[in-house]
Write a new protein. Structure first.
Length: 210
């Protein structure tokens, strides 16, 4: 099963990718992780990526796609994989298609902007151990205090409503067009917003015919 998870920031892609990875026994390929790994391993394409990163520049699409293609050649991807964080743009999706990378399904987590802002602005993180909470969905026992270590809980800058709205704007302009791209190829599986993580997983598995 070769999958992509699409959806706005805060839609739960990382959470669902982890669950599916365990259920299907296939790896989740995160762009950030494989970039760091390629740089660390000193592969030819990893060194090319490093030259851009060291110069404070964005790594070009062809280098990103090259690193993804290199990672997908590893034995643990023989039975399939889940892509997280790529493709982000139509140009990346087209480049992957041209390089022969095929997918069985593209899961699109459909969550409204209003819901995303509510979800993300309610997140709180521990200043000491990094544990995460949500003021509505998963609150700490004592407001503003970490259950695990007793340190203060704060709202990260990334989770403030104005930052979330800015990230959503980028998503709608750059990544949302991928929905139509994969719909035209007959592999898009939309999953409507669900009240719980478990309910979302059930809908994802249903969409995959499992």
């Amino acid at each position: 099963m070769k999958l992509i998870l699409l959806g706005p920031p805060g839609a739960g892609k990382g959470t669902q990718a982890d669950i599916l990875s365990q259920k299907l026994d296939i790896p989740t390929i995160s762009t950030g992780n494989i970039l760091r790994a390629a740089v660390k391993e000193g592969t030819e394409i990893g060194l090319k990526a490093k030259s851009f990163m060291d110069a404070g520049q964005l790594v070009p699409d062809e280098v990103i796609i090259g690193i993804v293609a290199e990672r997908l050649q590893k034995p643990d991807c023989n039975r399939g994989f889940i892509l997280d964080g790529v493709p982000r743009t139509l140009a990346q999706a087209e480049a992957m298609e041209q390089s022969g990378i095929q997918f069985d399904a593209v899961i699109s987590l459909e969550v409204s902007d209003e819901e995303i802002v509510g979800r993300m602005s309610g997140r709180r993180a521990c200043t000491a151990c990094g544990a995460t909470y949500h003021v509505v969905a998963a609150p700490s026992r004592t407001e503003g205090v970490c259950d695990k270590c007793g340190a203060e809980l704060v709202q990260r800058a990334d989770d403030k409503p104005e930052t979330v709205l800015s990230r959503l704007k980028v998503y709608h302009s750059e990544t949302a067009p991928l929905v139509q791209f994969y719909q035209e190829r007959g592999i898009l599986k939309p999953v409507a917003n669900q009240p719980t993580i478990e309910a979302t997983t059930a809908e994802v598995l249903k969409a995959l015919g499992m």
